[in-house]
Unconditional design. Structure first.
Lengths: 315, 292
């Protein structure tokens, strides 16, 4: 038999038993992957992660561990300092002021943001005409650089700015808004302004997670819109509420940009926050205090994150 | 009928709110196209003191490109900064694509040793604000002799863990059956990543890139801490000594800084929304889906 004839014969057989062969091969592969698969395949996962992990370890984790070490050491002499760095930070009046302001900032602005964004998300999720336009409009502040916003604020809130000009028309004496207690309110406003769209999107995602049938059933039973909102929507949103609150808390740290650009290193006392303090420590290279401060605030944030993580993992 | 009336009120309210959100853009545009004289006249009280209050109008009386032209031709610093911003943003995004996307794929599709612990580490790092990480950044940058070079911003930025988290949420949504099918057809794990993962996770990748573009373009704290040489400064640090006379230029500069961000926003706002939702719905929807 010639070689050509053999090939023809084999091809015929393959065509005849194509389905069977494919099935067998796939079964073999399936068995193979089931038998030894799990572990050797998962090694691939580590291979994918490794380059990024190396960078994360080198640039974030290991230096942070070094910071934790430094928090317990006196930099000048290099000797073990126990808790004295922490004591120094906690006893520092600037730290107390900054921590109190940061807490107050979070305590005021986060509830405002969470409630306002929910109120906006409910109608937007129901789908009103032009909803995407409103959503985009609310999101735009995310794209506006802080420096540009600051230019507007200077014009509005300066001693001779627009706001005082407007008040003057009504015969009300104005103040220097950015350098008095009002600075705090302005900062809260800017935080809400910047994060509103973001939170609305999150709430909409959460609302879409509630099955429509529940609402239908309630409506058929004759419940009004408000009853449905408070009895069905709100109880179903607890886990979302939690997630959004934690994310908002963490984002509230970023409001510092505006505060810094408007008022510089030493702003009005009411908006002197932890970030200003860290910045000033950094400028003086006060390593002891910075390390202790970074460990303290890192611990608080880590606690928040692990709460978020538990919820998020859903276990 | 009553319902209808509520609808109108709601839409007016939403419209006003959206206008308030967008107003800074309009304000900057107005300022940029206002003649130098007009801007100076309007804002003299804010920047130079004197009597009276600042004034403004919704549109400039004599619109002109004068300020923009002056900025482009008479301010070489501005160009350098614009270019620096481009370099920082482009460099970080490219690096994140190179390192972050495979990492997200690894976290989303495989269960290796320490999987959960490492992912927790990534989430923790993504939540830390810059001020908390400032000292550790400083230490590592100094150790590597990167102080006052582009690397001081680029390297930590590239290994930021936020894009990994977001892209991971999207990769998790790809059904496992699809990957199994590819494996049966003889595709290697690398092939699966390039041929199945990347095309199907495109939305997630773009979302993360849009979010990160806005983040990097407006980056302020890092350059302020690690760049001393003004020739390295990005656009976000451009703050000319504003006087009433140069106010127009400042406005034009702000508009130019704003344009790329707005362009990216308009081109990708749908992806941006999806990316934000990744925090909530995708996370809870797909958690614990495959436990193998």
């Amino acid at each position: 038999m010639s070689f050509c004839a053999v090939r023809k014969c084999v091809r015929k057989m393959i065509m005849k038993y194509e389905m069977e062969i494919k099935k067998m091969v796939s079964l073999y592969y399936f068995r193979l992957s089931a038998a030894r698969g799990g572990r050797s395949r998962d090694r691939w996962g580590l291979a994918f992660v490794l380059p990024s992990l190396a960078g994360v370890l080198a640039f974030y984790v290991l230096p942070y561990l070094d910071v934790i070490r430094r928090a317990f050491v006196r930099t000048m002499t290099g000797e073990f300092a126990g808790l004295s760095n922490f004591r120094q930070v906690l006893g520092n009046p600037a730290f107390c002021l900054a921590a109190a302001n940061t807490a107050r900032m979070m305590g005021v602005s986060v509830p405002i943001l969470v409630v306002c964004s929910l109120m906006l998300a409910v109608p937007l999720q129901k789908g009103i005409q032009g909803g995407t336009w409103y959503k985009s409009g609310l999101l735009i502040p995310m794209a506006i650089p802080a420096a540009s916003v600051v230019l507007l604020w200077q014009c509005i809130f300066a001693r001779q700015g627009f706001l005082n000009g407007l008040l003057h028309l009504f015969g009300i004496p104005g103040t220097d808004w950015m350098n008095t207690g009002y600075a705090f309110a302005i900062l809260v406003f800017s935080y809400v302004w910047k994060n509103l769209g973001y939170s609305v999107i999150l709430w909409i995602a959460a609302l879409e997670g509630i099955p429509a049938e529940i609402h239908e059933a309630a409506r058929i039973d004759g419940a009004g819109e408000w009853v449905i909102f408070f009895r069905i929507t709100v109880p179903n949103l607890f886990s979302a509420f939690f997630t959004i609150t934690v994310l908002s808390l963490i984002n509230s740290f970023k409001v510092f940009r505006e505060a810094y650009l408007v008022a510089g290193d030493y702003p009005d006392e009411s908006i002197y926050m932890l970030q200003h303090l860290f910045n000033n420590w950094y400028r003086n290279l006060d390593v002891d205090k910075m390390a202790a401060g970074a460990v303290l605030s890192g611990a608080v944030l880590l606690a928040l994150v692990s709460l978020f993580w538990k919820r998020w993992e859903g276990k | 009928m009553r319902f209808k009336k509520g609808h109108v009120i709601l839409r007016v309210f939403l419209g006003v709110l959206a206008f308030v959100c967008c107003y800074p853009i309009i304000f900057l545009l107005t300022g940029a196209f206002m003649g130098q004289g007009e801007a100076a006249e309007n804002l003299r009280p804010v920047f130079a003191g004197g009597e009276g209050f600042a004034a403004w109008s919704l549109i400039p009386f004599q619109p002109t490109f004068r300020s923009c032209v002056e900025l482009i031709f008479d301010t070489p610093d501005f160009f350098v900064m614009f270019w620096n911003s481009m370099k920082i943003t482009g460099g970080i995004l490219a690096g994140q694509a190179l390192f972050g996307i495979p990492a997200a794929w690894g976290f989303a599709r495989y269960r290796f040793r320490f999987h959960r612990g490492l992912f927790f580490l990534y989430i923790a790092m993504m939540m830390m604000p810059f001020q908390v990480m400032m000292l550790s950044d400083y230490l590592v940058i100094k150790q590597m002799n990167l102080m006052d070079t582009m690397g001081a911003i680029l390297l930590p930025g590239i290994f930021s863990t936020l894009p990994v988290f977001i892209i991971c949420q999207f990769f998790k949504e790809i059904p496992e059956e699809l990957l199994e099918a590819a494996r049966i057809d003889g595709a290697g794990e690398g092939d699966i990543f390039f041929r199945v993962g990347l095309p199907l996770g495109k939305a997630g990748i773009i979302s993360a890139m849009v979010l990160q573009f806005l983040e990097c373009w407006n980056m302020l704290e890092q350059p302020m801490a690690f760049f001393k040489t003004p020739s390295l400064w990005p656009l976000s640090m451009f703050q000319p000594q504003i006087t009433a006379e140069t106010a127009g230029t400042a406005f034009a500069a702000s508009v130019f800084a704003l344009l790329p961000a707005i362009w990216v926003f308009l081109a990708g706002h749908e992806f941006l929304e999806q990316g934000i939702q990744g925090y909530y719905s995708r996370g809870s929807a797909s958690a614990g889906r495959h436990t193998g």
